[in-house]
Design a protein around this ligand. Structure first.
Ligand code: MSK
Length: 640
């Protein structure tokens, strides 16, 4: 299997081999052959009588020691993955709410409210009376209200959903009782000897995922905008070539924006710039990896060095003076790779330490001081580079990022129109087929970036507007899809016309993993605008994670399905060991929420199935054919 389609990554993989440095791909190979029981989800590790495994070719009545069959085992494993992902996103949301509370109470460290308009809008949604209150007083009430939602209902932002979806949630008992509470309940239900009914188990998982998407993730997004500013379209660059030979390079990596925002501010400090010059550098270059990169990119235009599978490769350029990590998607293998270079690797979260790696704990009240300390360490390390090991690929690509549910209004409506009407009208007229969200990680089991690129290219060529987040957005950014010009190079004629009129790329970057909540909001706005049905499940839209890796991706896909969206997910989330569970996730659940999973491994076929789904929805809405006669090209939708 080809390791990557990214030329810069390829060069660094070759360099790693030349230095005999093991990377994620080498470790992946040593893991083969994978355990088939684990891959199918039919290995149960929950109690100490096991592990038990069910033979997929054995008698259908085969059971584990306690009597659990394949359906129960697969369903329990699946929702434990949802709980892991929902916990990660939601704890991120809690950290942002805590940072907002800290800023509101004047706790120091340089944190303060930046977007007061959004603060007031969110306060209004939360039912907080703002008359006569100062910005900090409002912020304190908003932060406290959000923090309460971890323990108890209601999860306020679920009210943004269309009435028809809310009725479905009520009927199926899918309203979370609190963000944390549902995660705890998943762990309880899946303990040995509790819930056995696979449908009941899966619905509990969907409820926890909804608490993530409409709760933890959504408040992480909104409160980050309040603290650090709401994004607006901004130009930048992506790929390993953003690392500079003549500057101090600081790579921020992980997910939370709090420390990285402060590091970016510190990198502009006159005194530190002077210190960098004294050490022989021409400046201080901050760039990022994974979603921490995206948080800085969306708000300030700092470049993205790469996505999940690029993290070790960034160090192999030999020019990363310091890599500062927070939480999530940080490979333990980084410590070994950093040990082969001069790179200073710094952990900053009490939740994510590495043996033998320097730990500088982030504390809100000392945020500014800590950021300065980190930048100073990077500068001090600049002269320690080994010149013979510097090997920075030249590859970079221009991009436009910074779209949000709020500013798409303006961008799709033209300068003076703040409405989703032009988007809905373009779909109704057949100029656009629909909207697809292509999101999620990289996974060493599949060729790096290939799935994201192939699927997105197919979709835009068939007049589907694509919105993206996370590592998927970085993959397509590196390929040039986030440039407005790419519309003329690869989009269908109808999408080209929209892009030309509005001045947007055919692929819109909506942010980090928690910012998938921006996509949920945009879907609600499309329903509210009218003409495309009453529910999210009526819209000609679809979602996909073609290179899924993390439990967070499982949670995202589950809240997307729980919100009524047809969602392609690959590789499948270890459910294929149970025919019943697979059937429920890919068909039966549609009757409950209006959405369903599709486990198609081939990205082009996945795209075609999304297109077929959109065409079905268009037909159900009574919409005319595609303006440029593309409907005949969709393939038959067959399951994998
Ligand atoms: S960083 S969760 S690998 S998208 Fe959000 Fe990328 Fe997936 Fe991590």
């Amino acid at each position: 299997m080809k390791k990557t389609v990214d030329r810069a990554a390829e060069k660094m993989i070759e360099a790693a081999a030349g230095y005999s440095i093991k990377t994620v791909w080498d470790r992946h190979e040593t893991m083969e052959p994978r355990c088939g029981f684990g891959d199918l989800g039919i290995c149960c590790n929950i109690c100490l009588q096991g592990p038990c495994r069910i033979d997929p070719f054995g008698p259908s009545e085969q059971k584990g020691v306690c009597g659990a069959n394949a359906d129960t085992i697969v369903a329990r494993n699946f929702i434990r993955a949802i709980a892991g992902g929902a916990a990660a996103h939601s704890d991120h949301g809690r950290d942002i709410a805590t940072a907002l509370l800290h800023a509101a109470r004047g706790g120091g460290g340089g944190l303060r409210v930046t977007d007061t308009d959004k603060l007031k809008a969110i306060a209004g949604e939360l039912g907080i009376e703002t008359n006569g209150l100062s910005t900090n007083e409002i912020a304190e009430k908003v932060a406290l209200s959000c923090l309460e939602q971890f323990a108890r209902a209601p999860i306020s932002f679920m009210n943004r959903a269309p009435e028809a979806l809310k009725k479905k949630w009520t009927k199926a008992g899918l309203w979370p009782k609190g963000i944390d509470r549902e995660i705890v309940e998943v762990m309880h239900r899946t303990h040995a000897g509790v819930d056995v009914d696979y449908r009941n188990i899966i619905l509990a998982g969907i409820r926890a995922a909804l608490g993530d998407g409409w709760g933890g993730s959504m408040l992480a997004t909104d409160l980050s905008d309040i603290l650090f500013g709401s994004p607006s379209p901004i130009r930048s660059r992506a790929n390993l070539g953003v690392i500079k030979e003549d500057a101090v390079n600081i790579v921020v990596h992980g997910h939370e924006p709090t420390l990285s925002e402060m590091v970016a501010r510190a990198s502009r400090d006159g005194e530190l710039l002077e210190y960098a010059h004294q050490n022989g550098a021409k400046g201080i270059n901050v760039c990022g990896l994974c979603c921490t990169a995206i948080e800085l990119l969306m708000r300030q235009g700092y470049p993205a060095a790469g996505n999940f599978l690029s993290q070790e490769l960034a160090i192999i350029t030999g020019a990363v003076d310091l890599m500062c990590v927070d939480v999530q998607c940080i490979m333990p293998g980084l410590a070994d790779v950093a040990g082969c270079f001069h790179t200073e690797l710094i952990t900053t979260s009490p939740k994510a330490k590495m043996p033998g790696v320097t730990h500088i704990e982030f504390e809100e009240e000392k945020a500014q001081h800590i950021a300065h300390q980190i930048v100073r360490m990077a500068i001090k390390n600049f002269p320690n580079r080994r010149k013979d090991r510097i090997n920075i690929p030249e590859d970079t690509m221009d991009l436009v990022a910074g779209f949000t549910a709020e500013n798409i209004f303006t961008n799709l409506g033209g300068t003076f129109r703040s409405t989703y009407r032009p988007l809905n009208d373009a779909i109704i007229s057949g100029r656009l087929r629909g909207v697809a969200a292509v999101i999620g990680c990289n996974n060493a089991k599949v060729t790096h970036d290939e799935g994201h690129i192939a699927m997105t290219k197919r979709l835009i060529s068939r007049d589907v507007l694509v919105v993206q987040t996370g590592c998927s957005a970085t993959a397509c950014a590196k390929e040039g899809f986030l440039r407005p010009e790419s519309a003329f190079e690869m989009a269908g004629k109808g999408l080209q016309e929209i892009c030309e009129t509005v001045g947007i790329p055919p692929v819109l970057h909506l942010g980090s993993c928690v910012d998938n909540s921006r996509i949920l909001r945009a879907l609600c706005e499309m329903v509210n605008e009218g003409g495309l049905g009453d529910d999210i499940s009526d819209l000609p839209v679809a979602g996909a994670a073609p290179e899924a890796m993390s439990e967070k991706a499982v949670s995202i896909a589950s809240y997307t399905v729980g919100s009524g969206v047809f969602t392609v997910f690959s590789p499948p989330p270890r459910v294929e060991g149970s025919r019943n569970v697979t059937e429920f996730l890919t068909a039966g659940i549609e009757e409950v929420t209006g959405g369903k999973f599709c486990f198609e491994r081939d990205p082009i076929r996945g795209a075609d199935m999304m297109i077929a789904h959109m065409d079905e929805k268009r037909k159900a809405l009574g919409l005319s054919g595609m303006m440029y006669g593309k409907e005949a090209e969709t393939v038959e939708a067959t399951s994998s």
